[in-house]
Ligand binder design. Structure first.
Ligand code: NAP
Length: 280
C-alpha cells in the first residue's frame, strides 16, 4: 500500500521494504536503518513495546501513555515514535459511519492491539469495558488506562460477563485471534455460556443492541465468524466492519508522518485488497 501511495504521488525515489528482525537485534536494526538513510519505519509484533525499553526512541504523548509504538521517524535530532494503530481504528469506524463519540465500547481481548485502541477510547472519555480470556490482563490494562487517562468508566474482566457486556455495548471491537488461523471456525460468542435451550443466534438476537457496530480488527479471513454471527442474527441496523480500513488508515497516518504528504487512501486500500486477492 505504501508503494502504491508513492507511485500515485510520483515519489519515484521512495521505497518501503520489509525486514525480519529478531528481538535481540532490534536496537541495532533500528540504528542501522537510520544510518542507511531511511526516513522512518514501522514496527510490528513483538517489537512495538520492546523498542521503548531500548531508550533510543522519543515517543509522542499518546505512544508514551500506551507504551507501544508502531511508527518511527528519523530526524537529525533523534528518533521519534508514534502509535497510529488506534487512530487507524478510529478513522475506520468514522468512515464507516460509526462515530464512537459518547458510545459504550466493549473491547474483546487485551493484547497489543486492544491496548492502543482501549487507551484511545479511555482518553476520549468513552465508557470502555475490556474482556479477555485471561482476566488479569484485562483487569490490569483497564486499571492502567483508568489511572493514566483519569477515566473512571474503564473496567476489565473475563468472558463470564460476555452476554451482559454485549447487551450494554454500542460498539464491540474484537481484537483476539479468534476467527483466524487455527481458530477460523470460532467466534467470541462460541466462548460464552448459554442458558439451557437457547441457541447462539437467539442469544445474539436478544443480547445485542439493535444498531450495534461489530468491528473485528482481523482482515484475513475477510469476514470472521464473529462478524458472520452478528450478520446472521439479523440484528436491526447492525453494522459490521472488518480490519482492512484500520490497516489502511494506520498506514496512511504513518505515510504522512514520514513524508508530510497525505496519501490517497483509496489507492492504498486498492493495493491492500489486491494483496488479499479481493476484488471489491
Ligand atoms: P496479541 O498481543 O498477541 O494479543 C492476542 C489476544 O488474543 C489476547 O487478548 C489473547 O488472550 C487473545 N487470544 C489468543 N488466542 C485466544 C483464544 N484461543 N481464545 C481467546 N482469546 C485468545 O496480538 P495483537 O497484537 O493484539 O493482535 C491481535 C489481532 O489483531 C491479530 O489478529 C492481528 O493481526 C490483528 N491486528 C490488526 C490490525 C489492523 O490494522 N487491522 C492491527 C493490529 C493487529 P490472552 O491474553 O488470554 O492470551
Amino acid at each position: 500500500m505504501h508503494t502504491a501511495a508513492f507511485s500515485a504521488l510520483r515519489m519515484t525515489d521512495c521505497v518501503y521494504e520489509a525486514y525480519a528482525v529478531m528481538p535481540e537485534e532490534l536496537k541495532e536494526a533500528v540504528l542501522k536503518a537510520q544510518a542507511d538513510g531511511f526516513r522512518g519505519l514501522n514496527l510490528t509484533i513483538p517489537h512495538k513495546e520492546k523498542i521503548l525499553e531500548s531508550g533510543i526512541v522519543n515517543p509522542d504523548r499518546f505512544a508514551e501513555k500506551v507504551g507501544a509504538v508502531n511508527t518511527l521517524l528519523f530526524e537529525n535530532d533523534g528518533i521519534y515514535g508514534f502509535n497510529t494503530d488506534a487512530a487507524g481504528a478510529l478513522s475506520a469506524l468514522k468512515t464507516a459511519g460509526a462515530d464512537p463519540a459518547g458510545k459504550n465500547i466493549l473491547i474483546i481481548g487485551a493484547g497489543g492491539a486492544a491496548r492502543s485502541i482501549s487507551f484511545l477510547f479511555g482518553e476520549l472519555g468513552n465508557s470502555v469495558r475490556i474482556i479477555n480470556r485471561t482476566a488479569e490482563k484485562a483487569e490490569r490494562l483497564a486499571a492502567e488506562i483508568a489511572k493514566k487517562t483519569e477515566n473512571r468508566n474503564v473496567s476489565g474482566g473475563d468472558f463470564s460477563t460476555g452476554w451482559e457486556d454485549s447487551a450494554q455495548a454500542d460498539i464491540i471491537i474484537q481484537t483476539t485471534e479468534l476467527g483466524m488461523g487455527k481458530y477460523e471456525d470460532v467466534s467470541f460468542f462460541d466462548q460464552l455460556e448459554r442458558p439451557a435451550g437457547k441457541t447462539k443466534d437467539e442469544m445474539i438476537q436478544a443480547r445485542l443492541k439493535d444498531k450495534v457496530v461489530a468491528f473485528d480488527i482481523v482482515y484475513n479471513p475477510w469476514e470472521t465468524k464473529f462478524l458472520n454471527d452478528v450478520k446472521k442474527a439479523e440484528k436491526a441496523g447492525a453494522k459490521t466492519l472488518n480490519g482492512v480500513m484500520m490497516l489502511v488508515y494506520q498506514g496512511a497516518l504513518a505515510f504522512e508522518i514520514w513524508t508530510g504528504q497525505k496519501p490517497d487512501v483509496a489507492v492504498m486500500e486498492k493495493a491492500v485488497l489486491k494483496g488479499l486477492e479481493r476484488k471489491e
